[in-house]
Design a protein around this ligand. Structure first.
Ligand code: LLP
Length: 521
């Protein structure tokens, strides 16, 4: 199957065509006669190479038709693409490895069902363990690696038969032992090591430095690991090995290699002491391209892990030490988009646009002035955290202040990443046009931070009812959506075997408040 953009003549081509074509991970979408379409995975034999009439190549799906059918905002996840990316990642690794999909990236049941034949699950809560179980992933193929687990959580996990619980402290090891005793079943425990290695990523999603709340400081690990084998623990705990996860959306794998090397070296020392180290869990973290990054490929990833694992390689090849990985974002991120309608466009503040200070009461321009869009003096509307305020949102006289606003029905309650991390996501119109104008992208939530940091080019004719697609929203998009302002949660559709399937209906505001109880009952 050809890329849909190939149908467009060069005269039809828009910056949005180029934007999609510039990233191979977006090969599943493109403009067909100026309209955004999703296509079945070109390499998926099940939907493209069968002779059976019923399994003919699936037709492209139009983004506009999906919104029409399922409403807006709407998450669309190409499950076929996720499965294929998973296969590609596993195939790149030159040693036996068990993949545990990081459920937190996107926990939809339909997606987990499609991954279940090949993937275990990395879960951080009992809720995620239940989601994975419902999708057909055996608890024995799960690693429970939450940073905070209550005794009730741990007991539930042991009762469920979760394959391994990664402990984050010596105190947690003691708690797991006590829970195992109460449940009357042994628990396999891995130790999450904090190697004091800073990942090459956003500070907010970096987890492997000494001051971070995650893991056991590497110097203390031998002592804690020996304790797993102590007479008081040996009846309740089975040593599971070492785990490491230093951060997410990593753009360089040099720190990962160092972290893997640190636990592989430590594992060999523990083995030399006669302790069992059956598994090394290398976490997740492989980055993707959101803007113009050049993230590592699966081959680069394989090379970094291979180098890092060198001290333990003989054991691994002999089948005496298993290797686990826990990718999330790399599998699902580029395979998902968020579709959203423009509710309204809003003109830029006129005073800034015209430089006219002579405003009269009632003048629309005076209103803009009252709203303090133009203040860069740290007032209530200025949420800059740094000194370089002129280039950031809500600061004075920057391009973001003089651009018109495109007010979407998706906001920080639908996709938190831009508000939470100033994260970049490309945004493209569902109906493409060549003319582009910078817009500030904002959502309906009553927070100034529900506005993207940098204006985005969209058609000058953009108007209420037009739809846009936010790209690379498959990971940490719907999983972080929340109920703030009681707008409800978006519907989610999967593309499975080339066809759309509803993964979850829109959760209405009525459903969100249905469990609230009145006083005095
Ligand atoms: N394993 C552990 C122990 C983790 O904490 C994580 C992610 C993963 C695996 C999967 O990492 P991935 O392959 O997806 O990078 N909300 C943030 C990302 C937080 C990641 C938390 N841990 C974001 O939107 O960027």
């Amino acid at each position: 199957m050809t890329h849909p953009t190939s149908h467009a003549t060069s005269a039809d081509a828009t910056p949005f065509d180029a934007l999609l074509a510039g990233n191979p991970a977006h090969a599943w979408m493109g403009y067909e006669q100026g309209t955004l379409n999703f296509v079945a995975d070109p390499t998926d034999r099940s939907c493209n190479e069968s002779n059976a009439e019923s399994e003919k190549p699936a037709p492209p799906l139009s983004a506009a038709a999906l919104i029409e059918q399922y409403g807006s905002p709407l998450y669309v996840t190409n499950i076929d693409q996720v499965v294929q990316r998973g296969e590609a990642l596993l195939a790149a690794l030159p040693f036996p490895v068990q993949g545990y999909y990081a459920v937190k990236a996107n926990p939809r049941r339909g997606l987990l069902e499609a991954l279940a034949p090949r993937w275990g699950a990395d879960v951080v809560s009992v809720g995620e363990a239940h989601a994975a179980t419902a999708a057909g992933i055996a608890p024995s193929a799960m690693i429970y690696s939450g940073v905070g687990k209550s005794d009730t959580d741990i007991e539930t996990a042991i009762r469920m038969g979760i394959g391994q619980i990664n402990a984050e402290s010596i105190e947690e090891v003691a708690a797991i032992r006590a829970c195992a005793e109460r449940v009357g079943r042994k628990a396999k425990v891995g130790l999450r090591v904090n190697p004091d290695v800073r990942a090459d990523t956003l500070a907010q999603i970096s987890t492997g430095s000494a001051g971070d709340k995650f893991g056991i400081q590497i110097e203390a690990v031998p002592m804690v690991y020996r304790a797993l084998h102590s007479p008081e623990n040996v009846d309740g705990l089975i040593p599971g090995g070492l785990a490491v996860h230093i951060g997410s959306q990593m753009q360089s794998l040099v720190p990962l290699e160092a972290a893997v090397m640190a636990i592989a070296t430590l594992a060999m020392q523990l083995l030399a002491e006669g302790l069992a180290v059956p598994c090394l869990d290398l976490g997740g973290g492989l980055g993707i391209r959101y803007k113009d990054e050049t993230p590592p490929s699966p081959t680069d990833y394989a090379a970094a892990l291979t180098k890092g694992l060198a001290p333990a390689r003989a054991r691994i090849d002999a089948g005496e030490m298993a290797i686990a990985i826990e990718p999330g974002r790399w599998l699902v991120g580029p395979a998902g988009v968020l579709l959203s309608r423009v509710m309204r466009t809003k003109a830029p503040p006129m005073r800034l646009a015209t430089g006219d200070d002579d405003l009269k009461p009632g003048d629309a321009r005076a209103h803009a002035h009252d709203n303090d869009y133009d203040s860069d003096n740290g007032d209530a509307h200025d949420n800059d955290n740094d000194s370089d305020s002129d280039n950031d949102k809500n600061s004075g006289n920057s391009p973001s202040d003089i651009a018109p606003i495109a007010l979407l029905d998706a906001g920080m309650h639908t996709l938190m990443r831009p508000a939470l991390y100033d994260a970049w996501h490309h945004i493209v119109p569902v109906v493409s046009q060549t003319v582009t104008t910078p817009y500030r992208i904002a959502g309906p939530v009553c927070e100034s931070t529900d506005t993207w940091a940098t204006p985005r080019l969209l058609p000058a004719t953009l108007q209420a009812g037009d739809a846009v697609a936010v790209l690379d929203a498959g990971a940490y998009g719907s999983s972080m959506a929340n109920a703030y302002n009681l707008f409800g949660l978006p519907a989610e559709v999967g593309i499975y075997r080339g066809r759309p399937v509803l993964l979850r209906p829109h959760m209405t505001p009525e459903a969100l408040i249905a469990e609230d109880l009145p006083l005095g009952t």
